[in-house]
Write a protein that binds this ligand. Structure first.
Ligand code: BG6
Length: 375
């Protein structure tokens, strides 16, 4: 797994590894015929999970963006309050953590010092801890009560891609598992959620076919100095990670922002010199998503009126968005909570090709390391 093979960089290989990493992460935990998620590795009793009052997710960088998406998944499927914190900020927040609370540490490497420090503090305050890690027997995994491993395979490139989508899949599995254990999801709902999750790796393979289109976007936009990435609801963490990817590998300034917040400031920035990347997909089965979609159309129209240049990620076949945006990358239809796994792929590809266009060291960006093991 740690050989580049036919790929020019590890980052591109790891982007294309994602369907396999998702299959390896999902398959061992799903039993369709019994419509159940099997997560024994959580090692916290169902009784204790039924008594949980809150979940605190703590992570850094890309892993925290996965945690932000996980917050939407768990709150939507389990009606359980979830907080998400930066690992490096956790110690300053003096969080009133105690019994009946679960602290989840999301960490690809399992060695990030800030996340490890947060884990120690949560444990000292009496919280149970569960780690989501991509490295077997890593420090944070060993120190946790339970571990949900992602099986994305070794991730070499400093910018995290396949570990991120595998983290999203594990968080979705965990949310469905909690729904199953706490009775907020009936068996038929569990089955439909699992059925859709099992279809995601194949849908990622379809999105990967947009690589040439993402490369063409990089040829057009690689001289730009600033970008704004926008998303609403669970798509906001996707925008955050798309912006982080671009910053990390191309050294171009990029900001992830909730789409609805642009009118409170960032709108002043938007003109032909500041391209906007907006997640504007729509799950027509989800009424709340349809309302958000209508607002996204209005947002794109207003950016165009300000001479903004808009790159949209939309649902396949959506001619409305395509008629308004300057460029549109399509992803297959998916439910709101699973669509981030598809939407992040074109943003990963775009960031990769932007770095290549600029002739940069894609896999080892300046000033960054794969795991920050010192606080
Ligand atoms: C940074 C990496 O150093 O650490 C990011 O460059 C990563 O890609 C972040 O998201 C957190 O690392 P980890 O291993 O705790 O997920």
């Amino acid at each position: 797994m740690s050989d580049k093979g036919k790929f020019p960089h590890y980052m591109l290989k790891e982007i294309f590894d994602q369907p396999q990493g998702l299959r390896d992460t999902i398959a061992p935990r799903v039993s369709l015929e019994s419509a159940r998620v099997c997560l024994d590795e959580v090692r916290i009793s169902e009784e204790e999970l039924r008594c949980l009052r809150r979940i605190n997710i703590v992570a850094s960088g890309t892993s925290r963006h996965a945690g932000m998406a996980g917050q939407y998944m768990i709150q939507e499927l389990v009606n359980l309050p979830v907080d998400v914190d930066y690992s490096s900020e956790f110690e300053y927040r003096n969080l009133l953590i105690g019994r009946g609370e679960l602290t989840m540490l999301i960490t690809q490497s399992g060695e990030t010092a800030d996340t490890s420090a947060a884990q120690r503090e949560a444990k000292a305050k009496g919280s149970r801890t569960v780690a989501i890690s991509n490295v077997i027997d890593s420090t944070i995994a060993r120190e946790a009560d339970g571990v949900l491993y992602t099986y994305a395979g070794t991730e070499i490139s400093i910018a995290s891609t396949k570990a991120f989508t595998a983290q999203l899949a594990v968080l979705y599995l965990f949310a469905v598992y909690l729904g199953q254990v706490r009775g907020t999801l009936r068996k038929d709902r569990v089955r439909s959620h699992l059925q859709e999750l099992l279809e995601i790796p194949g849908k990622v393979e379809i999105v990967l076919q947009s690589a040439p289109a993402c490369r063409r976007l990089a040829e057009i936009y690689h001289t730009m100095q600033d970008f704004l990435f926008l998303g609403r609801a669970i798509h906001y963490p996707v925008a955050m990670d798309g912006a982080l990817k671009l910053k990390e590998v191309s050294y171009i300034h990029a900001e992830g922002y909730p789409t609805g917040e642009t009118k409170h400031g960032p709108n002043a920035l938007i003109d032909e010199s500041l391209p906007v990347v907006i997640i504007a997909t729509c799950d027509p089965e989800d009424q709340a998503a349809v309302l958000r979609y209508e607002k996204n159309l209005a947002s794109i129209k207003s950016f165009k009126q300000q001479s903004g240049r808009v790159i949209a990620v939309a649902t396949a076949g959506d001619e409305q968005v395509a008629s308004l945006a300057d460029h549109t990358i399509f992803v297959p239809p998916a439910s709101e909570l699973l669509s981030p796994i598809l939407e992040i792929v074109p943003l990963q590809l775009f960031a990769y090709y932007m770095a290549v266009e600029k002739g940069l060291d894609v896999d080892r960006p300046r000033n960054l390391v794969k795991s920050v093991t010192l606080e």
